[in-house]
Design a protein around this ligand. Structure first.
Ligand code: FES
Length: 257
């Protein structure tokens, strides 16, 4: 589209209503005008699409909303999470709610902390040619190629630590020349690390013991005997963490109910 024509399609912000300017985007080839302030996900809904798949948390956590797009005059294929990326004029968009990737089947209880177990389940890890396409495509800025390198070196701790932000969107798999299922491999390493290598979290043990204690059980029984009104009052009067609370914030001690 010519630049002059493109400008004409863009309605300027309405000074009276304060409505956002509408910009053109293309969804699977079809053109829509959408407010420029929306994320891709909200823009698709604005355009009349309904998310049945390809949407989960709407907050950049679940990895369900991987999207690829191109921009005019730019040969790069770009990627992003639909719930986090704001639309731009003349984006050509398409959703990738699912991308097939082989996932090994295993009995986790039988796995050990040896990298050999990962190698047996995912021998394809050695097909990595270190092209770095996986890192470039990652919307969470995980250094995926470095993670795969750590797997090949048998360093489970480094694999787990470097891949901690992975949200399993699968975009790395979509670009991999070696056809690796990176996010499944990284997830297995994190499971092994958390279960077999990382030090046990003492505060978790304490919380489990506290939950089993008689005092906690009595409180639970009292709650179960409360009627809806009592539960509602209790819920509404609960202490809520202030929005700007510091990391050291802790709730006051309570004896519920
Ligand atoms: S919907 Fe969960 S990451 Fe976008």
């Amino acid at each position: 589209m010519a630049e002059k024509e493109r400008k004409e399609t863009v309605k300027e912000k309405d000074a009276e209503t304060g409505e956002a300017k509408l910009i053109p985007v293309y969804v699977m080839g079809k053109r829509y005008l959408v407010p420029e302030t929306l994320t891709i996900m909200k823009a698709l809904e604005y355009a009349g699409y309904q998310f049945i798949r390809g949407c989960g948390c709407r907050g950049g956590i679940c990895g369900a909303c991987a999207t690829v797009y191109r921009k005019p005059g730019d040969y790069h294929i770009r990627v992003g999470l639909a719930c986090q990326t704001v639309v731009e004029p003349e984006m050509y968009l398409t959703q990738i709610p699912f991308y097939p990737a082989n996932r090994a089947r295993y009995d986790f209880e039988k796995l050990t902390a040896s990298p050999d177990d990962i190698f047996k389940l995912y021998p394809e890890v050695f097909r990595c040619i270190a092209c770095n396409s996986c890192t470039k495509v990652c919307p969470m800025d995980v250094q995926v190629m470095d993670v795969i390198s750590a797997v090949k070196q048998g360093n489970i701790e480094r694999t787990a630590t470097l891949s901690f932000s992975c949200i399993q969107c699968g975009l790395c798999v979509s670009r991999c020349m070696g056809e690796l299922p990176q996010y499944h491999i990284m997830q297995l390493a994190r499971r092994i690390y958390g279960s077999r290598i990382a030090p046990k979290a003492e505060h978790l043990n304490q919380a489990v013991e506290a939950a089993k204690s008689e005092k906690c059980q009595q409180t639970l029984q009292k709650l179960m005997k409360s009627d809806f009104k009592q539960l509602k009052e209790l819920y509404q009067s609960r202490e809520i963490e202030p929005e700007m609370a510091g990391e050291d914030w802790t709730p006051a001690k309570h004896d519920y109910p």
